[in-house]
Write a protein that binds this ligand. Structure first.
Ligand code: RB5
Length: 147
């Protein structure tokens, strides 16, 4: 499984911890799209870069981190085909994979602790889309052209 990581300065340290953690797993390959330090940067750039790599199928999933997880998930969700889910607990991570077929996990480094963040990552990556009635709903999200 190939995973793109992206973060702003607020998410940099947690990104590094997630990278180290996932790098120990044999079946996971990481693509780190930055940022590469705690120097202040603008989160939309990283949200868009990771989102592009997901929709272009260069990776299977993305993980995005900023201070709250909010700005970077909003940015990623502007990219057609992206369903970025901001999760603050493992239940949300499980349900967003099962029901929304989320393809990006967003985390807030100033919101969740490191241990919980790694548990959320594990749950997100271990859970499959349930399909069935959820397929129609996800297709309806993608078909939206009202505005
Ligand atoms: C950066 O200070 C902060 O605004 C950003 O990391 C994020 O929380 C935005 O939603």
């Amino acid at each position: 499984m190939k995973i793109a990581l992206g973060a702003d300065h607020g998410g940099y340290e947690l990104k590094e911890k997630i990278k180290k953690y996932l790098s120990q797993k044999e079946d996971i390959k990481i693509v780190d799209m930055g940022t590469y330090s705690t120097e202040s940067v603008d989160y939309p750039k990283y949200g868009h870069m990771v989102a592009k790599s997901v929709v272009e199928k260069e990776v299977d999933f993305g993980i995005l981190i900023c201070g709250t997880g909010i700005g970077i998930s909003i940015a990623a969700n502007k990219v057609s085909g992206i369903r970025a889910a901001l999760c603050t607990n493992t239940t949300m991570a499980k349900l967003t994979r099962q029901h929304n077929d989320a393809n990006i996990l967003a985390l807030g480094a100033r919101i969740v602790g490191d241990v919980l963040a790694l548990d959320i990552v594990d749950e997100f990556l271990a859970t499959s889309f349930e399909g069935g009635r959820h397929t129609r709903r996800v297709e309806t999200i993608e078909a939206c052209n009202l505005f």
